[in-house]
Design a protein around this ligand. Structure first.
Ligand SMILES: [Zn+2]
Length: 500
């Protein structure tokens, strides 16, 4: 039974979909005026893991992730009233591009980074600029129902009109009244009201027609409009980073529930923010890592994937290069294990084993994942399985049938972990060679096969080893390395070749 921690109720709840066997699922995507960083990736990976596990459980999932290509205003921008420029426009001016060009560039980067770390693409990536009419429809409805007001071409949501305001974040009106600094705007009735539509100053590049002014939407309204467009007024799951809880998701609830009169979302999941060497990521500290910063240091994107899976999405993850090294070694351990199993399983007969070897591991894996996606515990089940398998291997007790069963089990649970295992194994039996393996996926947007040249050198090297010409074998190993590949000698004449 899958249990998820719901930010709305602050408890772990049994997951019950609205429609049997189906899940509607919305994730707040990137604002495309800058590169996404590994903190964003961590948050998108929570959504990815949840989606993968829901599919594992047999649900049909519809996943929507929006692209915010109208630069949402910062609180400071709003404080400046009409003079506020949006983030996307600011970038367009500094990069001497149009806002649309800037948006497409960073959207492409985001899509490539997601692909590199094997985050499944959402079923649809709606762009905010393509949904202005839907936003205008909701804003119009909110004004008609008395939840919003217009002044000087600006429209604001009246927070005091929604009695449930604060139910997600705990920031109720009472707390806001005595609490933090709130942005001022001359047209606001109350300082805690938030913008639905703002009139654009003349020099503003991205502006749209509306009944109130030529202007642009507030950030929060985008997600209310795009989620209901694709998932309906009420849907199952909404995810985002913990920094989205307030004001963004609180505002989404207010707008959507006041407009439709129905509950907006049943389960809210939020990913805890990432720390880098114990501190928050910030541009001024220069600790704003992107995926390519990690790839440039020679790490596989899958090592980062393992690192992120090694901490629970609601616990504080601290990124360090030491932890990356540990993740890299764990990835190598899994890769070598899969290669060994593949080699042994080659000779397996086509029949099911009489006693299931993996049964207990499957149970432990599902218990871990059912408990609010406890990925670190689920990974520890794999490491335990590796330890047991390796013990059997060293005692020469692992049968091809069992190896095949373990591989089948691994393939099933790896659909949840999403690791791309890029191994090529050369199996040598005296003078005969057999090449098996899968795709190599080692950097953004690259799928390469093992070049023939490397295959030939590897075969020559194995021949040299078999004829005990170790000087030649060593020379060939260096030649392979000079071409950017490594050749690792595993047990029993098995070899692992990897791109460096
Ligand atoms: Zn959003």
């Amino acid at each position: 039974m899958l249990k998820l921690h719901n930010t709305l109720t602050r408890t772990k709840e049994e997951f019950k979909p609205i429609h049997k066997g189906k899940v509607g699922f919305y994730t707040c995507g990137p604002t495309v005026y800058d590169y996404i960083h590994i903190g964003n990736i961590k948050s998108y990976m929570t959504a990815d893991t949840l989606r993968r596990y829901l599919s594992y459980l047999g649900y049909e999932v519809k996943h929507i992730k929006n692209i915010t290509d109208v630069g949402h205003l910062t609180e400071d921008d709003i404080a400046q009233g009409d003079s506020g420029e949006d983030k996307l426009e600011k970038k367009a001016l500094t990069e001497k591009k149009s806002p649309a060009e800037v948006a497409r560039f960073y959207e492409n980067y985001f899509r490539e980074a997601e692909q590199a770390i094997n985050i499944l693409p959402a079923h649809f990536f709606p762009r905010a600029t393509a949904h202005i009419p839907q936003m205008i429809k909701i804003i119009t409805g909110l004004i008609e129902k008395g939840f919003a007001y217009e002044k000087n071409g600006n429209v604001f949501f009246s927070v005091r009109k929604f009695s449930d305001y604060g139910k997600l974040s705990g920031n109720t009106l009472e707390k806001l009244k005595v609490g933090a600094r709130l942005e001022e705007h001359p047209d606001k009735k109350d300082p805690w009201d938030f913008a639905l539509w703002l009139r654009a100053p003349k020099e503003h590049l991205m502006k749209f027609n509306s009944p109130w002014s030529i202007g642009y939407p507030g950030w929060h309204i985008e997600c209310s409009a795009m989620s209901s467009e694709y998932l309906g007024d009420t849907f199952d799951i909404h995810t985002g980073g913990e920094d989205n809880i307030f004001p963004h998701h609180e505002a989404e609830i207010a707008q959507s529930e006041c407009f439709s009169g129905k509950k907006f979302v049943n389960y809210w999941l939020h990913t805890r923010l990432l720390l880098i060497d114990g501190v928050k990521m910030s541009k001024s500290k220069g600790n704003f890592y992107r995926l390519d910063d990690i790839l440039k240091k020679g790490y596989d994107a899958m090592a980062l994937r393992i690192l992120i899976l090694s901490s629970h999405y609601r616990s504080q993850m601290n990124f360090t290069w030491d932890s990356m090294d540990q993740a890299k070694s764990n990835f190598q351990k899994i890769t070598a294990w899969v290669s060994n199993l593949q080699n042994i399983a080659t000779d397996a007969p086509d029949k099911e084993p009489e006693i299931s070897f993996t049964h207990i591991y499957r149970k432990r894996f599902e218990e871990a994942m059912d408990d609010d996606l406890n990925t670190p515990l689920a990974l520890s089940v794999v490491y335990d399985l590796i330890t047991e398998t390796n013990k059997l291997l060293s005692e020469d007790k692992l049968s091809p049938t069992t190896a095949k069963e373990i591989l089948t089990f691994w393939d099933k649970i790896n659909k949840v972990f999403g690791l791309i295992i890029s191994t090529y194994t050369l199996k040598a039996k005296k003078a005969h060679f057999k090449l098996t393996g899968g795709d190599v996926n080692f950097s953004i947007n690259k799928n390469e096969e093992l070049p023939e040249e490397i295959t030939k050198l590897a075969q020559k090297r194995i021949e040299a080893k078999l004829s005990k010409d170790f000087v030649m074998a060593d020379k060939l190993r260096k030649e392979i390395e000079s071409l950017g590949y490594s050749m690792e000698d595993l047990k029993d004449n098995n070899y692992l070749i990897k791109k460096q």
